[in-house]
Design a protein around this ligand. Structure first.
Ligand code: NAD
Length: 390
């Protein structure tokens, strides 16, 4: 297996620049600090702005008012209903968030919408919603007239900590998850932690799945910091959420900057995902939330690491204890029970053959020797997979 270059810089308190974003009343109690994390990936340079209490939404509005020759918005209708429209007097396409929008026909609708909104290559397309709306909108922005600016305003924890940063866009095909997509970095990202208050518990814990993955890739201190804050996170404490979003974005930034095209170390971000994508596909896309499938995948990857890499088996116990404290299922059986899905072992093994990262029919896995010490491109024997899926 390939080794992962140590890309992640520092740990503990987020090391971010702290410009003020948006207006702040002098007497206002400060719930979260405004933070901007700069991402430089290939030719792309953009800021991920993190703030709370509606201030990052205000900053997004101000940014979009001055960007390009025109703006159009693709938004999750539920988010607009709960938090108000992001923009008024702007061409807007309302969609129901969820895996169902990551489909070819919906991509066609977004492209037609760009044409109807008379967008040019100097225009910007904004997304306001979770990772599904962001992935779809990013893909449409990369295709329309061969590419225009996309600005993400992510509204789920998963989208704030992970999917809005790094430039991956995708839709699903019947054959598998995220099989059609592009790399297209946003021009800017605005994360407002206040909108996370209205997430369903299921969607909050789905975000926790990606948080655990990211901290496992960082190092032991980051993992311990997360373990120490689980109660605050479950309570949706905005300070805790803001810190976690900032630290996850920093870690992802470091990995993406080291390898923007995912030819090497960036593949570490797929920890738990090869298993997770197989689970999502066999359960039927949209049945098991992405981050929940990833969480179960993290447990399976830890078991596989103990077997294939001689990793300390206590790491698997530690990961499962953390997932459990964040309300996540820790085994395939727990997932089968909770979602009423059979997930037959043979179907999971067959689904792995469609994994897009490995050679045809030969899935590759990201495994973990220890926090911050991942191994890439590890093939696993069929007998081990059969044991893991039993
Ligand atoms: P999602 O977009 O389906 O959102 C989950 C649910 O939350 C939806 O029902 C949505 O309507 C609702 N919602 C959104 N914001 C809300 C809010 N503030 N309050 C209340 N409800 C709200 O799913 P997700 O979990 O955000 O994203 C999952 C997708 O992200 C998957 O398709 C996955 O493949 C993708 N992903 C992409 C990347 C990447 O790098 N591009 C990384 C990780 C995951």
């Amino acid at each position: 297996p390939e080794e992962v270059a140590q890309a992640v810089r520092g740990h503990g308190a987020p090391q971010t620049r702290a410009p003020r974003i948006g207006a702040r009343d002098a007497g206002d109690a400060c719930v979260t600090d405004a933070r901007t994390i700069e991402v430089r990936a290939g030719d792309a340079r953009y800021g991920v702005h993190i703030d709370g209490r509606g201030r990052a939404l205000e900053a997004a509005r101000a940014h979009l008012a001055g960007v390009g020759d025109a703006v159009a918005l693709v938004q999750d209708a539920r988010v607009a209903e709960l938090h108000g429209a992001l923009l008024t007097d702007t061409p807007t396409l309302d969609l129901d968030g969820g895996e169902g929008v990551k489909e070819l026909d919906v991509l066609g609708r977004v492209l037609d919408f760009c044409a109807t909104a008379s967008l040019s290559r100097q225009s910007a397309l904004a997304s306001y919603g979770g990772g599904t709306i962001g992935d779809l909108t990013g893909l449409a922005a990369s295709l329309f007239k061969r590419g225009l600016d996309v600005v993400h305003v992510p509204t789920t924890l998963l989208a704030q900590v992970d999917s809005s940063v790094g430039g991956k866009t995708a839709i699903n095909l019947r054959a598998g998850k995220n099989l059609a997509g592009t790399f297209h970095h946003p021009g800017a990202v605005f994360c407002d932690t206040s909108v996370l208050a209205t997430l369903d518990d299921a969607d909050l814990r789905s975000g926790f799945g990606e948080v655990v993955k990211t901290m496992l890739l960082a190092d032991d201190a980051d993992l311990a910091a997360l373990e120490a804050r689980t109660d605050a996170l479950i309570r949706r404490d905005e300070d805790a959420l803001g810190d976690v979003v900032a630290r996850c974005v920093e870690v992802k930034r470091d990995v993406v900057e080291a390898d923007p095209d995912e030819r090497g170390p960036r593949r570490a971000l797929n920890l738990g995902h090869t298993f997770g994508h197989a689970i999502e596909r066999v359960a039927g896309f949209g049945t098991v939330p992405h981050g929940v499938a990833v969480a179960v995948g993290l447990g399976l990857a830890a078991d596989a690491s103990a077997d294939a890499l001689d990793a300390d088996p206590e790491l698997a116990d530690r990961i499962r204890a953390l997932l459990s404290r964040l309300g996540l299922p820790t085994s395939l059986d727990a997932l089968r029970d909770e979602y009423g899905v059979a997930l037959p072992a043979d179907d999971l093994r067959e689904a792995l053959r469609h994994d897009k990262k490995g050679a045809v029919g030969q899935p590759e896995f990201v495994l973990l020797r220890a926090p911050g010490d991942a191994a890439l491109g590890v093939p696993l024997e069929d007998a081990l997979l059969a044991r893991l899926f039993a």
